[in-house]
Design a binder for this molecule. Structure first.
Ligand code: SF4
Ligand code: SF4
Length: 363
């Protein structure tokens, strides 16, 4: 168990189970129950070790019904250099709990994948990653068991998807499914969850909201009035499954609106620049990986340290959107205005304006 003592709160992370606990703000030795706004250093870093996708050029994701937010069709960047990764690990040792390995392409196909996993564990950082499963082998699954906290397989609805899940389960890896929810995939999600037809023996399904970033089209976005999406949330809230079900924090505004039996205390809004950040393969630090195309909030880690980037004006500008969004909304405390990068995915039905800098709400 690792414990971080911040100025006025504590956070704890169990490397074995992945359990995470954070106190409220502590005053005069008592937990006030008030949520702290941010940590003094990122607790989780999404590290984009992949600069290009070897399957992307053939449109693997598009054929599977997923529009890659990293634009795998066109990305040409080299993968992150091992030397750069080592530098990051050095800076994060004893501070960051987890690395989510990612970028454009399957992290398990990085030329130094095993070394990357080993470096993480040696520094007490738990590595996790998401893969299409296309290149999964028995050897990779064993490495995952040895080093990773959990591995997610993107739901590409293909033979290789099932094969990867089976290989990981056989190696006794905590295996999740990441399911991108878009206009085109929400009906299948509803049907599968009702029919219990996702593979058995997985740890969790995490639904990720489709965003219009990279190859992600506006046409495929879920809109406010999508009834299948609302039915899915309601169904999940009212049923018990043989696995856990979660949503990314980008979905929180929609969950607050259609919460039904969901305990609002189980929801936590966007963590970008407050608890987590993304690092590109060429060492730029951004508040969230969904800023990877425009890089509006980028800090160059070749010029600044992770800590300096975290404390930079650029990151604070991003945080200001959470501080200032939607004054007066009764859900403000839980939601903070939703996504600062793509206001179109904020599905609360209250936020009025498309610009995250001028948000207001109507009840
Ligand atoms: S109005 Fe703003 S704070 Fe309220 S639910 Fe919508 S996005 Fe969240
Ligand atoms: S910045 Fe937007 S896309 Fe990124 S985690 Fe937050 S809500 Fe999601």
């Amino acid at each position: 168990m690792r414990i971080r003592k911040e100025n006025d709160f504590l956070s704890m992370f169990d490397e074995e189970t992945g359990r995470y606990l954070r106190t409220g703000i502590i005053r005069d030795g008592k937990d006030t129950g008030e949520d702290p706004f941010m940590s003094s250093f990122p607790e989780l870093l999404d590290v984009g070790i992949m600069g290009h996708c070897k399957h992307g050029k053939s449109g693997l994701c598009m054929k599977a019904g997923i529009e890659c937010y990293q634009d795998g069709l066109h990305a040409e960047m080299p993968n992150m250099r091992l030397q750069d990764f080592k530098e990051l690990v050095g800076q994060c040792r004893g501070k960051t709990y987890q690395f989510a390995l990612g970028g454009c392409g399957d992290p398990d196909q990085h030329e130094a994948f095993e070394e990357i996993l080993r470096l993480c564990r040696d520094a007490g950082i738990v590595p996790n990653f998401t893969t299409s499963g296309f290149g999964m082998t028995e050897h990779i699954a064993k490495l995952c068991k040895k080093y990773c906290g959990a591995v997610a397989v993107s739901w590409y609805r293909s033979e290789y998807t099932i094969n990867a899940i089976e290989l990981l389960k056989k190696a006794k890896v905590k295996t999740n499914i990441h399911y991108v929810l878009s206009k085109n995939t929400v009906a299948e999600a509803l049907q599968r969850i009702k029919e219990h037809s996702f593979p058995k023996g997985i740890n969790a399904i995490v639904f990720l909201l489709h965003k219009p970033v990279g190859l992600g089209s506006y046409a495929n976005m879920i809109r406010q009035d999508n009834e299948e999406f609302q039915d899915l949330i309601k169904y999940i809230a009212s049923e018990v499954f043989g696995y856990k079900v979660g949503f990314d924090s980008c979905t929180v505004p929609a969950l607050l609106r259609h919460s039904g039996k969901i305990d609002p205390d189980s929801l936590d809004t966007c963590e970008g620049a407050r608890w987590s950040a993304y690092i590109t393969p060429d060492m730029k630090m951004l508040p969230c990986s969904f800023d990877n195309q425009e890089q509006k909030w980028a800090v160059d880690l070749r010029a600044y340290s992770v800590e300096e980037a975290w404390n930079s004006e650029v990151f604070d500008d991003f945080r200001n959107q959470f501080r200032r969004a939607c004054p007066g909304c009764p859900e403000r405390r839980r939601c903070m205005g939703g996504c600062p990068i793509r206001s179109e995915i904020v599905l609360c039905g209250r936020r009025e304006t498309p610009s995250p800098t001028t948000t207001s709400y109507h009840p």
